[in-house]
Design a protein around this ligand. Structure first.
Ligand code: ADP
Length: 567
């Protein structure tokens, strides 16, 4: 209303001036001049009152000023009846009636959202007209006067009704705004809580990862062939439990990485690369199971995020292997409308129909399998989060006792079709049972490879030294105290690989790796093995061209990685 008043100031100046050509001849100069003067005063007063309504709202004062401002001007318009209209002259009467109605409608547009303001506008306009009719009772054209009064009454009623409904919708709007503000606040709070949860998981698991890493490596250093029968059985069980613990740690790490900040990084990749990684990881996983793992349709080239595709498959495959005691597990890739889809089919224990809608929830574990198998109930929640992030779809079909099929449709474009010879289907196949663990003897070919190790945990340092020396590397333990480090540089040969911890006293692994690279004037391949999983550090490692592995990780995987990265 304040804005309407401000914008109609010009109209209050122009409208009285328009009366000059209309009534100049029929009106005496003195009353006309007085009316124009009074109107000019009213317009100035109106302007000042409206300007006094500040940007800081003070409702009662603002309404008072607004009502006075508009009432003043319409009162002068009301006075016009006595200045311009000759009681017996129908033309001047009708003309002023039209002016009066126009002013009335003008006010309806601007002021009827508050009925008191509308009344302050319209009563000073119409009351003088009513009085005029009363005074000139015998000379008035009754139908016109009656019509004008009916219009006045209807306008007041309309303003009243409109003001009421506007008040209601305004109150509802305010309620809505308050609800939206509350929702936003709650959403922010839950996002913060989620982030805090992720950070807590990452920090809490950091301190547990360090000793887990030592356990992993010492267990790897034990040669089961040198144990007697019963110790070997116990040792096998211990290894299994450690593998479960490792899986749980890595699942916690995965879920903490998938907070709101994670991004999809697209590039072109061959599915075969992913298949090889999965085969590497899963053929060793369970040597006791009579399960055959096969891949089909892996010759596609895809534009998408290979890490996310691999992570989804890794989780689905880990489940398939975990919940399948015999039979086969098949991973199939296909192009659906030129987008990548894949499925993991197993012949395992299956999932009861009642559990199917729940298995993608965080920490949900089906009672059907809970007692038999270990897990955290996060694997499928991770799959579901990634699929949502990439705007894909995931579905599951399962029958208890017969097996399950998990299918994922991604939006990632298949950029080349598989090359197929007549009737031939690409199948990378491996049988879990047939895979033999790598032996140290097979790695003696690595002899004379110079491996630098920077690690502040003494037991881990010893374990690394023992393992890599046995594996045929020439191992150099590099001190991480600055003076000792500088002195050691003089006796170090040119390194082929640097394996470092991240947190090393007052410095970190990045610092020492950079120093070593500068000393040898060569971008020596390097990997940081750390329990620190924060995303900022991950980015830093990338910027320095340093690979990263997270503890706990078994030493064979570290060794495999080193031998691939060495020149
Ligand atoms: P976890 O395997 O750690 O329990 P997940 O989130 O990966 O957690 O899976 C949730 C539940 O779904 C599992 O507890 C299991 O009951 C069921 N499930 C998942 N995959 C399979 C599968 N391939 N076969 C049978 N049950 C499965």
């Amino acid at each position: 209303m304040r804005d309407h008043s401000k914008s109609s100031t010009l109209a209050t100046v122009v409208a009285p001036l328009l009366c000059i050509p209309l009534y100049w001849e029929s009106t005496a100069a003195v009353p006309f001049g007085i009316w124009l003067f009074v109107m000019a005063m009213a317009v100035v007063a109106r302007y000042l009152l409206i300007q006094s309504i500040g940007a800081e709202p003070q409702p009662s004062r603002d309404f008072k000023h607004l009502n006075m401002a508009i009432g003043l001007v319409t009162l002068v318009w009301g006075m016009g009846w006595y200045v311009f209209v000759q009681p017996g002259d129908i033309v001047s009467y009708l003309l002023y009636q039209i002016i009066s109605l126009t002013v009335l409608f003008f006010g309806m547009v601007g002021y009827c959202i508050d009925w008191k303001t509308f009344a302050a506008f319209v009563v000073p306009l119409k009351a003088p007209e009513l009085l005029f009719i009363g005074l000139h009772f015998d000379q008035i054209v009754w139908p016109i006067a009656l019509g004008s009064m009916v219009a006045f009454y209807m306008a007041l009623k309309m303003a009243f009704l409109f003001a009421k409904s506007w008040e209601k919708s305004f109150a509802l709007g305010q309620k809505n705004d308050a609800l939206i503000a509350q929702l936003v606040e709650e959403k922010n709070a839950s996002m913060e809580a989620n982030l805090a949860k992720s950070e807590f998981i990452a920090t809490a698991s950091h301190d547990l990862r360090q000793p887990m890493q030592s356990i992993n490596i010492f267990v790897d250093l034990i040669d089961p062939h040198q144990l007697n029968e019963s110790s070997r059985t116990i040792f096998g069980r211990m290894r299994k439990s450690i593998a479960v613990l490792n899986r749980m740690f890595n699942t916690l790490l995965d879920i903490s990485k998938l907070d709101s900040k994670f991004v999809v990084r697209e590039s072109q990749f061959q599915l075969v690369e992913i298949i090889h990684n999965l085969q590497d990881s899963f053929t060793d996983l369970n040597t006791e199971k009579k399960v055959c793992l096969s891949f089909e349709g892996g010759h596609y080239k895809v534009l998408g995020d290979p890490n996310l595709v691999e992570q989804i498959l890794r989780n689905l495959l880990a489940n398939a292997i975990q919940y399948t005691d015999q039979g086969h597990i098949q991973v199939r890739f296909e192009a659906k409308s030129d987008a990548l889809s894949f499925s993991v089919t197993d012949t395992g224990c299956g999932i009861p129909a009642a559990d199917l809608p729940l298995i993608f929830n965080e920490f949900y574990r089906s009672d059907h399998s809970r007692s038999q198998y270990d897990g955290l109930g996060l694997g499928l929640a991770i799959v579901s989060r990634i699929v949502k992030k990439i705007q894909g779809q995931c579905r599951v079909q399962s029958e208890v006792g017969r097996g399950s099929v998990f299918t994922v449709d991604t939006p990632f474009a298949v950029v080349s079709q598989p090359v197929r010879e007549k009737g031939q289907v690409f199948t990378a196949q491996s049988t879990l049972q047939s895979t033999k663990p790598e032996t140290h003897e097979s790695q003696t070919a690595q002899a004379k490879r110079q491996l630098g190790i920077i690690e502040n945990d003494e037991s881990l340092q010893q374990a690394y030294q023992q393992y890599f020396t046995l594996a045929g590397y020439s191992v150099h333990i590099i001190p991480y105290e600055e003076d000792a480090f500088a002195a050691h540089l003089a006796v170090l040969p040119k390194l082929d690989f640097i394996l470092s911890d991240f947190r090393l006293g007052s410095k970190d692994g990045i610092y020492f790796i950079t120093q070593l690279r500068e000393e040898f004037n060569h971008d020596i391949p390097a990997c940081i093995v750390t329990a620190d999983t924060s995303p900022q550090h991950l980015e830093l490692f990338g910027q320095h061209n340093i690979d990263v592995m997270y503890k706990p990780i078994d030493i064979k995987t570290i060794e495999k990685f080193i031998s691939h990265r060495m020149p």
